[in-house]
Design a binder for this molecule. Structure first.
Ligand code: ATP
Ligand code: MG
Length: 568
């Protein structure tokens, strides 16, 4: 193994020991594979080196560790404050074995993917990567009433945009026959029964912890009724119920549904099937047969774990480890398909890509980048507490990402005309970015300029004002505003303002999204539209181009004459 790799291992081990007192070979391995993907095929070779280095580091006193870092990796001492800000990433995974971890992302194709799905998919993928394992994308499509072909595609598009790479793709509906077989086994062994009670009776019995008549039925009757679910019974006439415990404190265990009849056409299978498994039954069987080792889901499913494990125990099937994390939410922005769908259907927002929404389509359209989403998700770490995440944190990751690629343009919101005499030339050339090589643009000058009304209000006759990129102007009259160009000598603390040459001006619209809900109330003013003047150069930019409007903020060009405000 090269000296360079040894050095990297040592660096990680020292840093880890400094942060946590001791280091561990598993953690060092995870970290080195995270930063050096090419080593993922050489785990066998590097493991002995890691063990050797970790042992020697663990034998050092904290002073020795500090000295080593000072001598060999002094830059680590500088990185300290940055680490604080970015917080911890994902902790090691319990029971994970290198090369054997299998995770899955199981979206239901019943809506457009949102940032909550991004969180789940990124965590699934990061853990698979961390341990050199595999990620499965599994469409959890067993409720034809809610599912549509369009959503399967939208979810794939979203994952592609996020650059989440999966090793395998499948649908729960591929396995429907197998799920029937597992149900038969449950019925054979009396672990389940067919219930024909009315929905109200079932709910009442659940509440009162009472079993119903159907649960006492003979095996034969259950089989007969199961067969009838495929023919004579109609939707709502019969369901298969897991024989749990009607007096359990855990309400999930009170004989939950395993199969029900749904007569709606399935987006992939049409009317081939009418008996569909419940989420609880399908997810347990599927995770087990797919070889999933670590099954992540959000915290609200926690009570369902008992059912998940019991089903697999009874069927003597391999049990994955179920792990919960918190649901991602934002203040005033619903991160849930259930809440998003009615907003769209009722026309309260324009569609799935309305810039106020947390869907991936909307975030992208608004100018949030995928790398910022990933950093944001990882910065939140692996907490179980359902706290609202500050949207500003996502914005600050995004700002770092877009800044270097955003062209600087002038844009005036509330225009007032100022007339300027003695201009030195008829054109001016401006750099598109202050530090990055992004070309220049030439603007034709004229005597009339648009400037912000609030800037004009502050001007007094005799003031000197810096017109950014152009030069200094002496104000000669307040109303109407007039000035004289006075050359380039820059006074130290004169106000700087942006401007647009009137004859070069292009009128565009900027959409400014803000919180969709204030408390529980839909906020009808959540999408502000402003008409502004920007430079003609806007025309030259491709749709999707990121812009920083000077003294205003970052935006993304949305269409020919429209931009969307991203953030400050
Ligand atoms: P929704 O309310 O949006 O319908 P869901 O949980 O029913 O949410 P699924 O399509 O079933 O949506 O979710 C696929 C995966 O994404 C699940 O593992 C789920 O736990 C996770 N997930 C969904 N929403 C969030 C969220 N807001 N934060 C974190 N993970 C989420
Ligand atoms: Mg769901």
């Amino acid at each position: 193994m090269s000296e360079e790799v040894r050095d990297k291992i040592l660096r990680i081990a020292l840093q880890n020991a400094q942060d946590h007192g001791k280091t561990q070979d598993k953690i060092v391995l995870g970290k080195i594979l995270g930063t050096e993907p090419t080593l993922r095929t050489q785990v066998k070779e590097i493991m002995p080196i890691i063990i050797e280095i970790v042992n020697s580091v663990n034998n050092m006193s904290s002073d020795q560790i500090k000295r080593h870092i000072q001598d060999r990796f002094p830059d680590l001492l500088l990185e300290k404050p940055k680490k604080q800000e970015e917080r911890e990433g994902l902790p090691p995974l319990e029971g994970a074995e290198q090369g054997k971890v299998v995770t899955r992302f199981p979206p239901e194709p019943n809506g457009y993917p949102h940032i909550g799905h991004a969180k789940a998919a990124i965590i699934d993928e990061e853990y698979a990567k961390m341990y050199g394992g595999k990620l499965i994308l599994r469409f959890d499509d067993t409720n034809p009433e809610a599912e549509r072909l369009e959503y399967y595609a939208a979810i794939k598009v979203g994952l592609d945009w996020l650059e989440v790479k999966y090793d395998r793709i499948k649908n729960t509906s591929d396995d429907i026959e197998l799920l029937y077989k597992k149900c038969q086994q449950m019925l054979d062994r009396n672990f389940a029964y067919v219930c024909t009670c009315k929905q109200e009776t079932i709910s009442a019995n659940r509440r009162e912890m009472k079993p119903c008549k159907c649960s006492m039925a003979e095996l034969e009757q259950n089989h007969e009724r199961w067969d009838r679910m495929f023919s004579k019974f109609k939707q709502g006439d019969a369901i298969v119920r897991f024989r749990g415990d009607m007096s359990s404190e855990n309400t999930v265990m009170r004989d939950p549904v395993m199969f029900r009849i749904i007569e709606t056409k399935h987006p992939l299978l049409g009317d081939k099937y009418r008996v569909w498994p419940s989420y609880d039954f399908a997810v347990a069987i599927e995770d087990s047969i797919d070889g999933v080792t670590h099954a992540f889901r959000t915290k609200e499913y926690e009570l369902r774990n008992e059912l998940y494990y019991t089903i697999l125990d009874l069927l003597e099937m391999r049990k994955p480890k179920v792990i919960e994390f918190s649901r991602l939410g934002f203040e005033g922005m619903p991160v849930s398909k259930r809440v998003l769908r009615p907003l769209i259907e009722e026309g309260k927002v324009s569609g799935y890509d309305d810039p106020r929404l947390p869907t991936l389509e909307a975030l992208k359209r608004r100018g949030i980048r995928q790398d910022a989403i990933r950093k944001f998700v990882l910065s939140l770490g692996f907490t179980k507490a359902d706290t609202l995440a500050p949207f500003e944190t996502l914005e600050s990751f995004n700002r770092k990402s877009v800044d270097a690629d955003s062209i600087r343009l002038h844009m005036v919101k509330n225009p007032v005309t100022i007339r300027i005499g003695s201009l030195p030339s008829s054109t001016i050339t401006m750099p598109n970015h202050p530090t990055k090589e992004m070309g220049k643009r030439t603007i034709e000058l004229g005597e009339e300029f648009y400037v912000e009304s609030e800037d004009v209000q502050k001007m007094k006759t005799g003031d000197f004002i810096r017109f950014m990129g152009l030069g200094n102007v002496k104000i000669t009259n307040q109303s109407p505003a007039e000035g004289q160009f006075v050359g380039d000598e820059r006074g130290t603390d004169i106000p700087k303002i942006h401007w647009v040459v009137q004859k070069d001006a292009l009128k565009i619209k900027i959409l400014i999204p803000s919180q969709l809900f204030i408390g529980e109330q839909f906020n009808p003013a959540s999408l502000e539209e402003i008409n502004v003047f920007t430079e003609h150069h806007f025309n030259e930019l491709k749709e999707g181009k990121e812009i920083q409007f000077v003294r205003f903020g970052y935006c993304r060009k949305d269409s020919m004459l429209q931009a969307i405000y991203t953030h400050k």
